[in-house]
Write a protein of this length. Structure first.
Length: 140
């Protein structure tokens, strides 16, 4: 079996995605875009049961998938999804000293994600999630 193209082009694809996050969030560096993306993914993960987090991870490109699961403690308590304002606050407070995520970070990253992965696959996975989890990745 040949190497999957997702792995072969992982760095190039991630660079393109991170540039999209940077532009969408109107950030000035790749470092800021990385920390914003990481915060958005980790906040989402913190409100999901393990099986759903892994189902979501399975549709992400390799580097983004790795960021989703990095430093994960699956035994940590899962909290219900709060309102959008609280979610934005949570994103802005992940590694606060390295994080300049805008208030619109969730929606901005959602748009970038949808432009860089198969949207039908994303929607198919999210269909089995709570309305709040689906709303997290909705773009207005």
């Amino acid at each position: 079996m040949p190497m999957p193209m997702d792995y072969w082009s992982a760095s190039k694809d991630f660079e393109r995605f991170l540039m999209d996050v940077r532009e969408s969030c109107m950030l000035s560096s790749h470092n800021q875009a990385y920390h914003t993306l990481r915060a958005v993914l980790h906040v989402f993960r913190s409100h999901l049961p393990i099986d759903q987090a892994l189902a979501f991870a399975s549709i992400l490109p390799p580097v983004t998938r790795a960021i989703l699961v990095e430093e994960w403690n699956p035994a940590a308590p899962i909290t219900p999804f709060p309102d959008r304002g609280r979610l934005a606050w949570e994103v802005q407070h992940v590694r606060q000293d390295h994080n300049v995520a805008p208030e619109t970070a969730i929606e901005d990253v959602a748009g970038a994600l949808r432009r860089n992965i198969d949207q039908a696959q994303l929607d198919r996975v999210l269909a089995g999630f709570s309305p709040q989890a689906r709303a997290y990745w909705r773009v207005r």
